[in-house]
Write a protein that binds this ligand. Structure first.
Ligand SMILES: [Zn+2]
Length: 294
């Protein structure tokens, strides 16, 4: 009997996927004051004790240094920077642990349990507060030499464009994310609204909001074109709240990509939404524990 545990560490919750034999259970664990390291580690330890797994996979927002296991550059989980989570859990619980960047893990979750099954070259883009990218080639996560590959959100698409959260200008993320959407809307309407409101306005065919999504998907299509020309994927999946709440993004983007990409890579390119939604990280972490070993 084998027990595997996947944990997706978010800004307010731990999302858990647990598999015993062939049965998968999911659980969302609210953590009071998750930004306090002690509270976070206590909650994580309770989850591990409860499920008592043989192996653990962890999805975490930020760059995980492949050589040291340390988490670096995690804007939403600042308190975890410099912590070696893998070492900590392995020492405390004597189980094997795999830690990966959440966007990579989301792509892996879609590969194993979602809409990326049987894909040879799979790219998953998560459009949320930021723009995350993950790549799975022949069933293996591609994360580069140090573990920092696929920072698709930070490729430059406008010289001297919008200021990105990373401090650079004109990054794809600064257009194709919730804050990118808000800025584009502000530019077009000279009015400030949240991404949630902009989506609702677009659903009601508000002219300015619809126009905002035209520009938003122009940038997204350019990003996917670059991905298609570099990696020649068979599957590109779009995940995150914006896509889930406004599926029109997929339709608009697909028709734009068709006009931009070379015929050969376009022939085998399939663009779709992700299947697992906000659970792709937890499922991907579970899949890491189950199957993946680096
Ligand atoms: Zn950036």
């Amino acid at each position: 009997m084998s027990r595997f545990l996947g944990v997706d560490i978010g800004g307010t919750f731990l999302k858990v996927a647990f598999k015993e034999d062939d049965e998968i259970k999911t659980e969302k664990v609210a953590v009071k004051d998750i930004q306090k390291k002690d509270y976070f580690l206590r909650s994580l330890s309770q989850v591990i004790k409860k499920y008592n797994p043989h192996r653990i996979g962890i999805a975490i927002a930020g760059l995980v240094d492949k050589k040291t296991g340390l988490l670096t550059n995690s804007p939403n989980l600042k308190f975890l920077e410099g912590l070696n989570l893998k070492e900590f859990i392995e020492r405390e619980f004597n189980v094997e642990v795999f830690v990966e960047n959440d966007a990579n893990v989301a792509a892996y979750g879609e590969y194993v349990y979602g809409n990326g099954k049987d894909s040879k070259v799979l790219v998953c883009l998560t459009l949320g507060t930021g723009l995350g990218g993950g790549l799975v080639i022949d069933g293996k996560i591609f994360s580069g030499v140090s573990g920092s590959a696929m920072e698709i959100g930070h490729i430059t698409i406008e010289k001297d464009g919008f200021l990105c959260h990373c401090g650079r200008k004109g990054c794809l993320e600064s257009y194709v994310s919730s804050y990118g959407l808000e800025r584009l809307y502000c530019l077009i309407s000279e009015d400030r609204k949240t991404s949630f409101d902009i989506i609702n306005l677009a659903k009601q065919n508000d002219e300015k909001a619809v126009q905002t999504f035209e520009v938003f998907t122009d940038y997204l299509a350019i990003g996917i074109m670059s991905i298609a020309h570099i990696f020649n994927p068979d599957t590109v999946l779009l995940a995150g709240g914006i896509i889930e709440n406004y599926p029109m993004v997929l339709t608009l983007t697909k028709s734009k990509v068709e006009k931009l990409v070379f015929p050969l890579p376009l022939r085998d390119l399939h663009i779709d939404t992700a299947k697992l939604g906000s659970w792709s990280g937890a499922y991907g972490a579970l899949a890491l524990a189950e199957i993946y070993s680096s």
